[in-house]
Design a protein around this ligand. Structure first.
Ligand code: APR
Ligand code: ZN
Length: 385
């Protein structure tokens, strides 16, 4: 029986307050309004940014809310005036969507659309309402997507159609973690062959950065973490050396400066810790280093730095979602995945059903995963391993 135009009842992981566990609920998902798309979510990665929001590290978060922002699925129905996709199309959801009308979208070097909800977390569609409810109460969405649910409704600008051959339980990572780490290396830092790189934090984002450093032909790729169990995977993906900051009594930037004979050409911070950001900047070569900030810190934290770190010639920059103009550039990433040039499967440590979302977060908090992917039980995600 067709669900088009009807309310869909489905399972979702709802969050009712800061630091509270997810509660599996039966929710109601209203049909898409004009310029909106209802998507059957098949797979969603668990990203540290979800936990960051949950722990109160972002400026605001309105409850109740359905978190998750790294998803892929299949279009169930579309609202009036949607031409970009049709029912049955496979899509990656865009946590940093692009309207292609604002100054940022039209700027050749920006992807940070003025209409995105990143950090603001208002949790509403562009028309200031949401399509989710539970027991008669409205539920907010998250980062224009909300993926810890079997169905979601997004504004048309938060969607990218992809090749149907792409495995949804892997390409969901393109929606955030993979693109964030990989793109900052390729698009922002533009790492050159033969160079030296240091990547702080070897989670889903850091590992993706390591993969990109390798693809770029970097000669030396140093991975830094406080959890040595991350090192074998990091070496498999491209690290030439790994360093545990806890094993050293002197500041980690001094260790990296020695290892790279004067400082790395490129540094990447993939944790969201302002103190580590300062170490990362100092780990790059004082005269020509390129220091790149990727991790999202708690909103009140600040980087403390000496202006001399920059006056000597270093550059510090940051990027969101790897500087990809997502709706335009993600299909190329998917093509590279299908061509075997990018191995996303290497980043997936666990696949769990949606109702084990709390276990998935525990695995991440205890440093046991690169990425956990939640599967929503549709046959497409189960068969696309
Ligand atoms: N020094 C070195 N490594 C650290 C430190 C530290 N002080 N603190 C944490 N780490 C390591 C953890 O051990 C872990 O391996 O950083 C890694 C973070 O990985 P994940 O928890 O998987 O996080 P990820 O999803 O990759 O996100 C990282 O990017 O988008 C942001 O909000 C996100 O800020 C978060 C960051
Ligand atoms: Zn825009």
């Amino acid at each position: 029986m067709s669900t088009v135009g009807k309310v869909i009842k489905c399972k979702a992981a709802v969050t009712y307050g800061f630091k509270k566990p997810f509660v599996m609920e039966e929710i109601e998902v209203a049909p898409p309004k004009a310029r909106e798309v209802r998507v059957k979510v098949c797979a969603s990665g668990i990203c540290h940014t979800d936990d960051h929001a949950l722990s109160g590290g972002m400026a605001s978060l309105n409850f109740p809310v359905i978190l998750g922002h790294e998803g892929a699925g299949i279009v169930e129905s579309v609202g009036e005036g949607v031409f970009k996709v049709q029912p049955g199309d496979h899509v990656v959801l865009l946590c940093s969507p692009m309207c292609w009308q604002c100054k940022a979208c039209l700027h050749p070097e920006s992807n940070f659309c003025e209409k995105n909800d990143v950090g603001k977390n208002v949790g509403l569609m562009l028309d200031k309402t949401t399509r989710f409810s539970c027991k008669g109460k409205m539920i907010h969405n998250f980062m224009s997507t909300s993926t810890f649910t079997e169905y979601t409704v997004v504004d048309e600008f938060a969607i990218c159609r992809i090749d149907k051959a792409a495995p949804l339980d892997q390409v969901c990572l393109v929606g955030c973690g993979f693109s964030t780490g990989y793109g900052t290396v390729i698009n922002t830092a533009k790492v050159k062959p033969g160079s030296s790189c240091v990547v702080f934090g070897l989670g889903g984002i850091g590992m993706s950065a390591v993969m990109a450093c390798k693809v770029s032909g970097a000669k030396q790729i140093i991975g830094v973490d406080i959890n040595s169990t991350k090192f074998p995977k990091a070496k498999e993906l491209g690290c030439t050396e790994c360093v545990n900051s806890k094993d050293h009594s002197k500041p980690i930037h001094e260790v990296i400066t020695e290892m790279t004979d004067g400082g790395a050409d490129y540094g990447f911070e993939c944790i969201g810790n302002c103190e580590v950001m300062a170490s990362m900047i100092q780990s790059t070569n004082y005269a020509y280093g390129s220091a790149n900030i990727i991790g999202v810190p708690p909103f009140k934290d600040r980087i403390t730095m000496d202006a001399m770190w920059l006056l000597t010639g270093r550059k510090v920059q940051g990027a969101f979602l790897g500087d990809y103009k997502a709706s335009q550039q993600f299909p190329q990433i998917i093509d590279d995945v299908l061509a075997g040039k990018i191995n996303l499967d290497a980043l997936v440590s666990y696949r769990l059903p949606l109702d084990q979302v709390n276990e998935g977060f525990d695995l991440m908090r205890h440093g046991k995963t690169v990425r956990t992917v939640l599967l929503m039980g549709c046959e497409k995600s189960a068969s696309c391993k």
